[in-house]
Design a protein around this ligand. Structure first.
Ligand code: 2NL
Length: 337
């Protein structure tokens, strides 16, 4: 083997070392060249003793230089691989991350939570109850007799005899009064169901928030104060309120509360039908028959109650013109809130 052949061998070894991209590949190269058994350079070393004296000196020196050069490159390459990046896909840690898609609260959830928060400050506790109800809790307890038009099977979702989807959340308040002694100061938000034909203003499922305060000495003045405070907290401090006599079977006297139109401020516009006022809820002093039905003594306690459509208030507050938008769950609509 002459000097040129040894140089070629060295070049080949160095190329193989450079080509190794991780530590284990480099170890394979080391075994291939310097391995105790079968290493190419090891084999050359072993052949030295059997050479003629003069040849042995020259060849021996060349092989030793080859071994030293390869060993040095192996060590250097190993150090570089260990110091450098780990093998595998390269990651640019300076690249900006991908933002996770964040959800948001449905406008009805937002409005409900805001109402709950406002009434919470006034001492009202949130209660919930079943959406499938019996006629006692949906009608009888509320002083709605069997001849009453509200009980028409065509105006209710009956599931079977005497069992229906609730048409208002008063049912929950009846349940609380049946199970607790006064005082009670509660609000009942939740879904209610009526078989109305669906259009821009009506849905057969909507949301209601009812409230009830029963205690010794509660008066109509308390009713007006609480509801006026609510209206200003929910719609803004500029809002004015007006009460107008009304009728409900479960309250006496009964009233409807109006707020000054949120769009025109009260001067009159299409939204308030030029009246300057928008009706937002019904209310009244709890009828003695209701107290009797739940076992409260109407001579002992008085109370007021109210009910409002959450969807209606949500639409008013955010300027939504079609109730169906609230239930289609089109993200292009929902993303605006
Ligand atoms: C409306 C307004 C109202 C009530 C709901 C109520 C509940 C109990 C006792 C007495 Cl437990 N009243 N709720 C009172 C007045 C109005 O809802 O427009 N309803 C059709």
């Amino acid at each position: 083997m002459d000097a040129d052949e040894i140089r070629a061998l060295l070049q080949k070894a160095l190329d193989r070392i450079e080509a190794a991209t991780d530590v284990s590949a480099l170890e394979a190269v080391r075994v291939e060249w310097l391995g105790r058994k079968g290493g190419q350079i090891t084999a050359l070393m072993k052949s030295i003793p059997s050479l003629a004296a003069e040849q042995r000196a020259r060849f021996g020196q060349a092989v030793n230089e080859l071994k030293a050069a390869v060993t040095e490159r192996l060590d250097a390459r190993k150090a570089a691989l260990e110091a450098g990046r780990p093998a595998g896909p390269r990651i640019d840690v300076t690249m900006p991350g991908r933002r996770p898609a964040l959800g948001r609260l449905h406008p009805i959830t937002r409005a409900t939570r805001e109402m709950v928060e406002i009434f919470g400050r006034l001492g009202f506790e949130v209660v919930e109850g079943p959406e499938v109800e019996d006629e006692w809790h949906n009608f009888v307890g509320l002083n709605i007799p069997s001849e009453h038009p509200a009980r028409d099977p065509l105006d209710n979702y009956y599931l079977k005899d005497h069992v229906l989807l609730r048409t208002q959340t008063s049912t929950v308040q009846i349940r609380v009064m049946e199970n607790r002694k006064p005082p009670v100061r509660i609000i009942a938000p939740g879904r209610v169901y009526r078989p109305d034909t669906v259009d821009a203003g009506h849905s057969n499922m909507f949301h209601q928030l009812e409230g009830l305060w029963v205690e010794k000495g509660v008066t109509f003045a308390d009713l007006k104060g609480v509801l006026a405070m609510f209206a200003r907290a929910f719609f803004g401090p500029q809002v004015r309120t007006r009460f107008q006599p009304s009728y409900f079977p479960f309250t006496e006297p009964s009233a409807e509360m109006y707020v000054s139109c949120l769009l025109c401020g009260g001067s009159g516009c299409p939204a308030c039908k030029r009246t300057g006022w928008i009706e937002i809820l019904g209310c009244g002093m709890v009828d003695p028959n209701v107290f009797q039905a739940v076992g409260y003594d109407p001579e002992e306690v008085t109370g007021f109650a109210f009910g409002m459509g959450i969807d209606r208030q949500t639409m008013l507050k955010y300027g939504i013109h079609d109730i169906r938008l609230l239930f289609e769950n089109d993200v292009r609509f929902l993303r605006q809130f």
